[in-house]
Design a binder for this molecule. Structure first.
Ligand code: CAA
Length: 379
C-alpha cells in the first residue's frame, strides 16, 4: 500500500467507525438502509472512485478502489456492496454509453446523490443469463419493456438501472442493454426479499409492464447487451472479491483480539497450538485472496482486463471469506454465535458473496474456458 492509499483508507476507517459501525447491529436486525450513510460516503468521495474527474469521479485506480471497498466492508459488507454495484453501473455507462448518456447520468451517481443498480437475473435465468425473457419491443421513438427481474441489489433505493432485455432472437446475441430510471410509467417494484444476510441492502424484484424506454437510453446497439453485462461483471467481480477480503480481514481481526484475551485452562486460548494453526491459515488465505484481487485490479488499470484473473479473484476471495468468517465464529465459540460480537453477521454476509455476480461455480466455468482457449493457443 502506498502513502496515498494509507491516507485514503486511514481517513475512511475513521469515517466508517464513526458513521457506519454504530448502526450496524441495529440496522442488520431491522433491515434498515440509510441513504444518509451512502450520501456521506459520496461526500467522502468514494462513491465514484475510478470515474474520471470530468464526470465527478475521483479519477483513481481500480487498485485504490479495491482498498476502499475492503475498508468499507470491514465495517459493513452491505454498504460496500451498494457502492460496488452503483460503481459497476457507472463503469458500464462510461465504457459503453455515449457522451450524452455519460453527461446525463454519471455526475449524480459518482457524487453519491443517487444509487445505480444492475438488472440481469430473472427467475429462470440466473447462471444462464443469456436465457433471459424480459422483452424490449421496438415502438415509435423507443422500446416497450415487459418482464420481471429478480434479486436486484439496491432495487427500490436506486434511481438508475441498467436493464438487459431481449430485442432479438434466442440466446445472448438477442440481448440489449438499456438505462431505465425509477419513476418511469410501467416500472414498479415487486417483493422485497427476506434474506440470511446483507440485511441493510435491499433486494427487490423489478416489474416492467409496457414500460416505455426512449431510443436514447439504449446502450451501444441492439444485440450488444450481453457484452455490456459481461464487461461490467468482469470488473464487478473484482469489486466483490475486494469486499470478500475486507470481510475476511474483519473476521480475522476479531478472532485474534478475542483469542488473546479469552482465558481457558489458565491461559489465553491464543496460546493453544490448535488455535494458532487456525488463525495462521485464516491470515494466509486472506492475504492470498488480497494478492489475487490486486493482480486482477492491475490488469484493469493496465487496460488489459484479464477475465480469468477477475474470476479467480472472485472465486478465491469469496470462498475464503466464507471459510474465515465461519472459523471466526468457531474461535469465539458461544459468544461468536450471538449478536454480541459481529462475526456471526459477517458470516451471514459472506455467504451471498459466493453467489452474486456469478456463482463461484460459474467463475470456475469462466476459468476453465480460458484454460481451454490458452491450451488451443499453445498447441
Ligand atoms: N467481456 C465481454 N464480452 C463477453 C465476456 C466478457 N468477459 N464474456 C462473454 N462475452 C460475450 C462473448 O463475446 C459472446 O459474444 P460472441 O459470441 O459474439 O463472442 C457473448 O458474450 C456470449 O458469451 P458466451 O457464449 O460465453 O455466453 P454463455 O451463454 O455461454 O454464458 C456465462 C457465459 C459465463 C455462463 C454467463 O452467462 C455468466 O456469466 N453467467 C452468470 C451470470 C451472472 O454473473 N449474473 C450476475 C447477476 S448480477 C449481480 O449479481 C449483481 C448484484 O446484484 C450484486
Amino acid at each position: 500500500m502506498n502513502e496515498f492509499q494509507k491516507e485514503l483508507t486511514g481517513a475512511l476507517r475513521k469515517f466508517c467507525r464513526e458513521n457506519i459501525e454504530p448502526h450496524m447491529e441495529h440496522d442488520d436486525h431491522e433491515g434498515k438502509f440509510r441513504m444518509e450513510i451512502f450520501k456521506g460516503l459520496g461526500d467522502y468521495g468514494v462513491t465514484g472512485v475510478t470515474l474520471p474527474t470530468e464526470f465527478g469521479g475521483a479519477g483513481l485506480t481500480y487498485l485504490d478502489y479495491c482498498y476502499v471497498l475492503e475498508e468499507i466492508a470491514k465495517h459493513s459488507v452491505p454498504y460496500a456492496v451498494t457502492v460496488s454495484v452503483s460503481s459497476m453501473v457507472q463503469t458500464i455507462i462510461k465504457e459503453y454509453g455515449n457522451k450524452s448518456q455519460q453527461e446525463k447520468y454519471l455526475p449524480k451517481l459518482t457524487s453519491g446523490e443517487e444509487i445505480g443498480a444492475f438488472a440481469l437475473s430473472e427467475s429462470h435465468a440466473g447462471s444462464d443469463a443469456g436465457a433471459l425473457k424480459t422483452t424490449a419491443k421496438k415502438t415509435t421513438g423507443g422500446y416497450l419493456l415487459n418482464g420481471t427481474k429478480m434479486w436486484i441489489t439496491s432495487g427500490g433505493i436506486a434511481k438508475t438501472y441498467i436493464v438487459m432485455a431481449r430485442t432479438g432472437g434466442e440466446g445472448s446475441k438477442g440481448v440489449s442493454a438499456f438505462i431505465v430510471r425509477d419513476g418511469e410509467k410501467g416500472f414498479t417494484f415487486g417483493k422485497a426479499e427476506k434474506k440470511m444476510g446483507w440485511k441493510t441492502s435491499p433486494t427487490r424484484e423489478l416489474v416492467f409492464e409496457n414500460c416505455f424506454v426512449p431510443d436514447e437510453n439504449l446502450l451501444l446497439t441492439e444485440g450488444k447487451g450481453f457484452t455490456v453485462a459481461m464487461g461490467g461483471l468482469d470488473r464487478g467481480r473484482v469489486a466483490i472479491a475486494a469486499i470478500g477480503v475486507g470481510c475476511s480481514q474483519r473476521a480475522l481481526d476479531e478472532s485474534i483480539k478475542y483469542a488473546l484475551t479469552r482465558q481457558q485452562f489458565k491461559q489465553p486460548i491464543f496460546d493453544f497450538q490448535g488455535l494458532q494453526f487456525m488463525l495462521s491459515d485464516m491470515a494466509t488465505e486472506t492475504e492470498a485472496s488480497r494478492l489475487l484481487v490486486h493482480a486482477a485490479a492491475h490488469s484493469i488499470d493496465n487496460n488489459a482486463t484479464d477475465s480469468k484473473l477477475c474470476s479467480m479473484a472472485k472465486l478465491k476471495a469469496t470462498d475464503t471469506a466464507m471459510r474465515v468468517t465461519t472459523d471466526a465464529v468457531q474461535v469465539l465459540g458461544g459468544v461468536g454465535y450471538t449478536s454480541e460480537y459481529p462475526v456471526e453477521r459477517f458470516m451471514r454476509d459472506a455467504k451471498v458473496l459466493q453467489i452474486v455476480e456469478g456463482t463461484n461455480q460459474i467463475q470456475r466455468v469462466v476459468i476453465a474456458r480460458h484454460l481451454k482457449k490458452e491450451n488451443e493457443h499453445h498447441a
